[in-house]
Design a protein around this ligand. Sequence first.
Ligand code: ACO
Length: 330
Amino acid sequence: MALRARITGWGKYLPQRILTNRELEKWVDTSDAWIRSRTGIRERRIAADDETASTMAVEASRQALEVAHLNPKELDLIIAATVTPDKVFPACASLIQHQLGASKAAAFDLNAACSGFVYALATANQFIGAGGFEKVLVVGTDVYSRILDWRDRSTCVLFGDGAGAVIMEASTQGGSLSFVLGSDGSGADLLYVPGLCDSTLVANDHHYLTMNGPEVFKFAIHTMVGATKQVVETAHLTLDDIDLFIYHQANSRIIQAAAKSLSLPPHKVFINVDRYGNTSAASIPIALCEAIEEGRIQKGDHLALVGFGGGLSWGAMVVEWDSDPLEKNV
Ligand code: ACO
């Protein structure tokens, strides 16, 4: 029987510092009312000076390992989804591996912006399915506060810092039922951060995030609707069979518009963007953890995880949840 990847542990980390919309009003020409009505965001977390993508990821990963009752030395592989690694190289995943003491694990980073966590889940699923890798740590971690232009009101109000992690283990039942991944590089200029070797970086002397908000907004709704339909169909399920939809938390209007287009009942759509803003690769695993904490995921449930982001890119996965959240393990 083909091996599947099932989630056996989960954890999240949010920096302590809360940055409210009211505080942002003092820095840029914006208002709490505008931010809440256009995005649903009330506040976000900002990493401390000594926090990085790897340190946040380690905190989230330790929780995930504890829930899965795993010693870090048992891990075969660590995949870190991030576009804000501590360094260009070595990989953030290697830094996480060292800090955890996961001495047996291979480690690499994956860059698919806000779709990164779902891309990493799918990658872990394939490694496990092919054999040879049984216990994989998948982390989404991003520290966008370091790549935002805090003078640009059109972007700085949208993002926050954080990390989320899951353990995926080989199983013959439950776990990942289907996934879809996609990319449309023709939209690369709609959302980007210049790279170290990018001539625009040299010319402008900055590495800030640049975004065409309205175009990304349209892409996001269209893509979330299409990817949701496709991934559910590929799992041989219907939308009614899905118990909880966990979308990338970029903007509550995007999530609500996609949900409306799919006629999803509001209680089946998880939203926490109000408290964290867009945490990029961390947003789906943080939302997953909070959904578990709130008792919104039960053993036997079907979840749809759907992300979109820079690339442009998108990724979706249907998961049959067969861990018992109350027991915090199988
Ligand atoms: N405060 C006040 N006014 C603002 C702000 C702000 N923070 N930002 C923009 N405005 C103004 C604009 O200047 C514009 O003013 P104008 O009409 O005088 O020109 C007006 O508000 C409307 O601007 P729009 O851009 O049309 O506003 P919109 O309703 O489209 O909302 C937003 C903007 C929130 C950025 C929306 O387009 C959006 O959410 N886009 C998608 C963002 C996203 O999901 N990014 C994903 C990133 S994933 C990844 O991989 C990183």
